[in-house]
Design a protein around this ligand. Structure first.
Ligand SMILES: Cc1cc2nc3c(=O)[nH]c(=O)nc-3n(C[C@H](O)[C@H](O)[C@H](O)COP(=O)(O)OP(=O)(O)OC[C@H]3O[C@@H](n4cnc5c(N)ncnc54)[C@H](O)[C@@H]3O)c2cc1C
Length: 409
């Protein structure tokens, strides 16, 4: 498909004449080979592949295996543990290209960032045991068990408990929306180890465990898939007297909330990058169609009523992209990027959703036809204003932590 005539080169990545002279774009230019490799891999997984899986609500096993073998999912694992040791900017470029190619990185994106909790807070022995195997693709750490049905966004109210019993903990409770649990060997689990009323601070008493799901399934761990509006392999997970070895505790008992929070900036940045990729896919589709589709004797794209929404979506995407790059640059410089990671996720999720809506409108009736892939991507990108953090909670974060307004909850 021809690149849209808007100074934007979709084939070579996210470079534009308008910004090519800024220092940060030189860093982006170095990523061109990675972007091209991701695109080449994704070309083997065209729309028909995703449509079939979507109909069957099946997991993209071949796609995830290909990404793993190519080393892309180990982008953030340091070289000493067998990973690629790439920067956050490079990891974001990988996720963006997956989405911009029409694929769905949600099938495996957690593999990239959940390991960060293990890397930063795990013991030397845990890192040695798990990280090389994850990097080689022998172990999948894709399940992240935080959200519960009753507590929702209020993580500190979660009810799953883990009680010490000799050299084990006994876990009881339930998680919901634990995505990819059926396709993961390991789960990062947040559970309460000290009753709330016995803790010294609001955030204490929660502990992170690395649970070996292979041993646990059928022995106190039950996984039930949840069908959703898109193909997302999400589940609810039940713990009934599940015995987890004490050496599965990551970091110190009772400090798990802090460890989970420390991984959230990476999660937000990578998912924001996915949204940028989605937005690019929708804008490219809409631009091409607007140029080709002739109604009333002229291309629909000649009408400003069609042009302007596409241009507006493009502007929104570009603005969000800048914030994603800012957040990634701060992250890799080791600086605090909480505000930027949240703002990037917010802007990018809004941009991808606006682009999705615009793309359907531009295509008229064909926007609803399965074979155009637009309705599928429309459903897939809708998630990101809700998860992994919903819009209101991002706004709340900015209001409180950036603007200094009183905490509202
Ligand atoms: C497909 C999918 C996959 C997911 N994958 C995972 C996963 O792998 N692991 C995991 O742990 N979780 C996962 N989640 C959970 C996700 O992070 C939560 O759904 C999300 O954080 C919102 O929480 P909730 O659904 O409990 O909504 P609730 O907390 O019940 O909130 C409902 C609505 O009320 C708003 N709201 C709540 N409190 C306030 C307030 N104080 N001020 C203003 N507005 C408020 C929220 O913004 C939201 O719009 C997934 C969710 C989905 C749908």
């Amino acid at each position: 498909m021809a690149a849209p005539n808007c100074g934007y080169d979709y084939e070579s990545g996210c470079k534009s004449e308008m910004t090519a002279n800024t220092p940060r774009d030189f860093a982006q230019e170095d990523l061109a080979p990675i972007r091209e490799s991701v695109r080449a891999l994704c070309a083997d997984f065209p729309g028909e592949y995703w449509r079939r899986l979507d109909r069957e609500r099946a997991y993209p096993e071949e796609f995830v295996t290909a990404l793993t073998k190519a080393g892309f999912l180990a982008a953030l694992i340091p070289e000493e543990y067998g990973g690629s040791g790439l920067t956050m900017t490079a990891a974001a470029a990988i996720m963006e290209e997956i989405q911009a190619s029409g694929c769905n990185g949600a099938a495996c994106h957690a593999q990239m960032y959940t390991m960060g909790t293990l890397l930063r807070h795990g013991s030397a022995e845990q890192k040695k045991r798990y990280l090389p195997a994850i990097a080689r693709g022998e172990l999948r750490l894709q399940a992240f068990g935080v959200t519960e049905p009753t507590s929702g966004t209020d993580t500190l109210s979660l009810r799953t408990t883990a009680m010490r019993d000799g050299d084990h903990y006994i876990v009881n409770g339930q998680k919901i929306w634990t995505s990819r649990a059926e396709h993961s060997d390991l789960m990062l689990l947040l559970a309460r180890t000290t009753p709330r009323e016995q803790t010294t601070s609001r955030t204490a008493g929660l502990t992170v465990f690395l649970v070996d799901m292979r041993a646990a399934r059928g022995n106190g761990l039950t996984i039930r898939p949840i069908r959703t509006m898109m193909n997302h392999a999400t589940t609810e997970v039940f713990f009934e007297n599940l015995r987890v070895p004490a050496d599965g505790v990551i970091g110190r008992e009772g400090e798990g909330f802090r460890y989970i929070l420390s991984g959230m900036n990476a999660e937000r940045i990578l998912i924001a990058a996915e949204c940028i990729g989605d937005a690019k896919w929708f804008i490219e589709k809409a631009t091409a169609y607007a140029g080709e589709r002739v109604v009333f004797g002229r291309p629909i794209g000649q009408n400003q009523g069609i042009q302007f929404p596409i241009a507006r979506a493009y502007i929104g995407m570009r603005a969000a992209e800048l914030m994603v790059r800012e957040a990634a640059a701060l992250y890799e410089a080791g600086r605090d990027c909480g505000a930027e990671a949240n703002m990037a996720k917010h802007l990018a999720a809004e941009a991808s959703w606006a682009a999705a809506d615009m793309c359907v409108q531009t295509h008229g009736g064909f926007g609803f036809a399965e074979e155009f892939d637009i309705e599928r991507k429309f459903r897939e990108t809708r998630l990101y204003t809700v998860a992994p953090i919903s819009t209101n909670l991002v706004l709340s974060y900015i209001a409180e932590h950036v603007l200094g307004l009183p905490r509202s909850y």
